[in-house]
Design a protein around this ligand. Structure first.
Ligand code: C2E
Ligand code: MG
Ligand code: MG
Length: 610
């Protein structure tokens, strides 16, 4: 006998119900000798009381008792919540077929005929307990399997399989009631990146927190069905009347199904509430990441009459939300389908573009305010599509990012930069820095450092000529581990810049510890400088860069006023159409020889006299 089952039988409590005091006494002696506890009952009523009060592990039940018979007691116990599975041994004086059948029909587990062989009683009871224990283990396993089949173990939310049933159920009901329903597809923006950078353990906690917020936010909408393991409602196949259902489809994808919706306004209100609640920073010890959701919404019946088409269209709407800059919700409309076909085509074409030399690298000068000379250039990729003409990187970089093609594209960009530098060097130009955009996905490649080091070795490019532009959100999502990563990159001898600074959320304490050379003020602030807020942000970023000993550069300079204001505030570098548009590599030599100081002076003078 194993240790475990031994300890189970030793602690076991046996209820002995018999109106014959001698039988009770003998039973007690035999069972106690085996280390069991014994509770006695002299008739049926006492047996029921003792069952409720003592919660025995096994019942030893005499059939022939005055008042309530053992069979009746057995039947009643089987109907009680705790009595369903308890092993019950019926003891009867008659061993005819009929009384044995009666015993089993009443719910007995075993039966024994009198006279009882006392020497074997202890052993028999142990066998029954062991069998019962095995049964319980099986039952628990089955519950667990059932649970796993329908629930996501991480968040305890219904899983994809439950979701399909939820949706079908709600659609059927909407059809019956002739009412509306809505399907919301929720996807967390940049979750993969965040997950990779904060570590998967914290990523899991983040998902749990997100699911709690979803539940909380929707609970107000009354009849939300919320399952917990082992709860009585633990059956997603049963219509529990809930009008709001949440599920996690996997990864960072969640769904909400709303029944009995009166109008799209209702749905919009809920979508907005979800946006707000999920976008709050998530406290995870040292990290407080912000994850914003993109939500796609499809309405029944107008956007789809069945589950399949609703799911497809909610998904399309979700991608539209992503394409519109993420962190927003979009209701499905028919034009979106056309767009997603277009997106697919774009992905395909991009694959060809890299093979067929349709990509070009252009360079936009960055002018130093103090000297008026071009000290650096930003490399910007262009796609000359054979049928569609020039496609802006704003349109294809996100596609490349989503499909992972950005890695190959990024490598191509660096190789082109090296090639062009060699070409400019051969012309005998003064050396200048080249700034290269590194996408978040690239930055999160575990072998980025290794790759850049290899690139510098292979190309022979002087590391000091290279500045990598990283986006604020990419480096801030996991501040602590990025300090190391950035320092390692920096130790190769290159410069680091934070692109689009001010558009993400920055932790000052990290920024101070990051080995960053340049803060790039996002062009949206430059465009807004005529507003009080815009001007205040620009002022703050310039002051910050001075305090942290970093260079400041403003991009998107288009007017004299912008130039003058930034120069006045002490911005170090400027980049924008006011000076030059992005140029072909062949046009770079001329631009680098140009002197912009008189242009800058004129702008400052004009603004002073104005
Ligand atoms: P970014 O890095 O912020 O680049 C600045 C963008 O502002 C460029 O757009 C540039 O052409 C544009 N720009 C410059 N001066 C002005 C101006 O005076 N007015 C206006 N309205 N715009 C100006 P572009 O080339 O369309 O690139 C858009 C974005 O695509 C870039 O934003 C960058 O995030 C991404 N990108 C471009 N090339 C690459 C690349 O090689 N690799 C990666 N990963 N991303 C790239
Ligand atoms: Mg840039
Ligand atoms: Mg930028």
């Amino acid at each position: 006998m194993s240790q475990e089952s031994e300890s189970i039988t030793q602690r076991a409590k046996v209820l002995v119900a018999d109106d014959d005091m001698n039988v009770r006494l003998l039973s007690r002696q035999c069972l106690e000798a085996e280390g069991m506890l014994v509770v006695e009952a002299a008739d049926g009523h006492e047996a029921l009381d003792a069952f409720v009060r003592e919660r025995p592990d096994l019942i030893f039940l005499d059939v022939e008792m005055p008042g309530m018979t053992g069979l009746e007691v057995c039947q009643r116990i089987r109907q009680m919540p705790q009595g369903e599975n308890i092993p019950i041994m019926i003891v009867t004086g008659s061993d005819d077929r009929k009384s044995i059948d009666d015993g089993f029909n009443a719910g007995a587990t075993q039966y024994k005929t009198k006279p009882v062989n006392w020497s074997l009683l202890g052993r028999d009871v142990q066998y029954m307990l062991r069998a019962s224990n095995a049964f319980h283990v099986l039952k628990r396993q089955e519950d667990r399997l059932r649970y796993l089949a329908y629930f996501d173990p991480l968040t305890s939310l219904p899983n994809r399989r439950s979701f399909n049933e939820q949706l079908n159920r709600i659609l059927k009901r909407a059809q019956r009631h002739d009412s509306y329903a809505a399907l919301l597809f929720i996807d967390l923006d940049n979750f993969k990146r965040i997950n990779d950078s904060i570590g998967h353990g914290r990523g899991d906690r983040l998902l749990v927190e997100i699911s709690k917020r979803l539940i909380n936010e929707l609970r107000e909408d009354d009849a939300i069905s919320y399952y917990t393991e082992n709860s009585a409602e633990n059956d997603p196949t049963v219509d529990n009347g809930a009008s709001t259902e949440i599920a996690r489809l996997g990864g960072d994808e969640f769904t909400v199904v709303l029944a009995d919706v009166l109008s799209t306004d209702d749905v919009e209100r809920i979508a907005r509430r979800i946006m707000t609640s999920l976008s709050e920073p998530i406290p995870l010890q040292t990290h407080n990441p912000v994850v914003t959701p993109s939500i796609g919404i499809a309405m029944y019946p107008q956007d789809g009459e069945n589950a399949d088409s609703l799911v497809r269209n909610a998904d399309t709407a979700m991608y539209a939300a992503k394409a519109d800059g993420r962190s927003c919700y979009r209701f499905y409309n028919e034009e979106m389908n056309a767009r997603s076909v277009e997106q697919l085509k774009l992905e395909e074409d991009l694959r060809d573009a890299m093979r067929n030399n349709q990509l070009e690298l252009h360079y936009q000068p960055q002018v130093e305010v103090l000297t008026g000379s071009v000290v650096s250039l930003e490399a910007l990729v262009r796609w000359r599509h054979p049928e569609r003409g020039m496609i802006s990187p704003g349109d294809f970089i996100p596609v490349a990012e989503r499909t992972g093609q950005i890695i190959e594209l990024g490598e191509w960009v660096l190789n082109e930069v090296a090639r062009h530098c060699t070409y400019w060097d051969e012309l005998g130009l003064d050396s200048f820095r080249v700034c290269v955009n590194i996408s978040p996905l690239q930055f999160n490649q575990p072998d980025l450092l290794h790759y850049i080091r290899g690139f510098l070795e292979r190309s022979g490019m002087n590391a000091e000529r290279l500045e990598l532009e990283l986006t604020e959100s990419a480096i801030m999502t996991d501040g602590e581990s990025n300090i190391t990563k950035l320092s390692q990159l920096k130790s190769l001898g290159l410069d680091l810049a934070v692109d689009d600074f001010g558009t993400g959320y920055s932790s000052l304490s990290y920024l101070r510890r990051f080995p960053i050379n340049t803060l790039k003020i996002d062009q949206s602030f430059v465009a807004d400088m005529n507003t009080a807020d815009g001007a205040a942000i620009v002022d703050a970023i310039i002051a910050l860069s001075k305090a942290l000993n970093m260079r400041s550069i403003a991009e998107g300079i288009e007017t004299e006023e912008q130039l003058a204001y930034l120069a006045e505030r002490g911005c170090d570098l400027m980049q924008g159409y006011y000076f030059e548009r992005p140029l072909f590599p062949e046009a770079v030599p001329e631009a680098t020889r140009r002197d912009y100081s008189s242009q800058i002076q004129r702008a400052r003078d004009t603004s002073k006299s104005a």
